[in-house]
Design a protein around this ligand. Structure first.
Ligand SMILES: [Fe+2]
Ligand SMILES: [Fe+2]
Length: 302
């Protein structure tokens, strides 16, 4: 993939001032990754309602590293089935097409940061936060009444990628991200509230989502997880990501260990129609799923 601009010590010094307009941010984003051919093929297949597990498996097969990851995950504690899964189409069925899509996207976007000192925060904490939010979002869907059902795979994808803009902001201007973090500490406010509106991680995420042609639900989760009400059409989906994000903070899996936890938006809770007492049960579930979480983290660690 064309990710050269993000390499360690490679990144041209793009200094983004306090006031950054859309043009500047777009220029910065242009230096960011373009999707690899595998990602483009998978995105095309995912976007086609006629696609089946067999079609997705065919695309994955072209990339041995990726098919290896998918098979490894299908055989891991994450899925937790007792027998060996050796066929790629079977692995695709078990994991779900949308979930595989988000895993592929996340792997690609994280890859340049392995052993990279570019970012102003811990990549391990970033991964851990994303994966924890994904598990919580999936768990929330299991606690909904049947008539309130949401697509758990879609939520998993939205959750896994919700903060992807932080990765990009951190790569493009680490000093600005550190400054934001310090401001949030000084003012005792959550990180997102200390951001400059035009340099926010949700704006960076939005640009990436557009550049990579993410589906609209995924884009809404990235752009709207701190302001779910701005997406009335997808309010419930985005609200789940918002709630899962806050819960990950409460469980100690924020990006920065001493980050101020954002408040849960009451409107999001009512939109999801999730009784508050369920949150405790979900939190307990997540704490019991450490092996499954570790299995998924391993996939992003190579
Ligand atoms: Fe966020
Ligand atoms: Fe987050």
């Amino acid at each position: 993939m064309s990710y050269a601009a993000l390499g360690n010590g490679y990144l041209p010094a793009i200094r983004i001032g306090q006031i950054m307009n859309q043009k500047l941010i777009s220029r910065a984003i242009e230096r960011l990754p373009i999707p690899s051919s595998t990602v483009r093929r998978i995105s095309r297949v995912i976007g086609d309602p006629e696609s089946s597990a067999a079609t997705v498996a065919e695309v994955l097969r072209i990339d041995p590293a990726l098919s290896g990851k998918v098979l490894k995950l299908a055989n891991s504690a994450y899925i937790g089935i007792p027998r060996t899964v050796s066929s790629l189409p079977h692995a695709v069925v078990l994991l779900g097409i949308k979930r595989i899509h988000s895993i592929v996207l996340t792997s690609e976007l994280l890859a340049p940061f392995h052993n990279s000192a570019v970012l102003p925060f811990s990549i391990d904490r970033f991964r851990r936060h994303a994966v924890t939010v994904a598990f919580i979002a999936e768990s929330i869907t299991k606690h909904l009444q049947r008539y309130d059902a949401l697509d758990e795979h879609e939520l998993f994808s939205g959750a896994l990628l919700h903060d992807i803009g932080k990765l990009l902001a951190g790569a493009v201007d680490p000093a600005a991200v550190t400054e934001t973090y310090k401001r949030s500490k000084r003012l005792a406010i959550p990180y997102y509230r200390a951001e400059n509106d035009e340099f926010s991680h949700t704006i960076f995420g939005l640009h990436l989502a557009q550049q990579w042609q993410f589906p609209k639900e995924l884009t809404a989760c990235i752009r709207g997880h701190h302001a779910a009400a701005c997406f009335p059409e997808l309010h419930r989906t985005v609200s789940v990501i918002h709630i899962a994000d806050v819960m990950a903070h409460l469980l100690g899996y924020a990006l920065y260990p001493d980050e101020k936890t954002p408040a849960i938006d009451e409107a999001a809770l009512s939109a999801v129609r999730l009784p508050v007492e369920r949150l405790r049960v979900i939190a307990e579930d997540i704490l019991k799923q450490q092996d499954q979480i570790a299995s998924l983290l391993e996939i992003f660690d190579v």
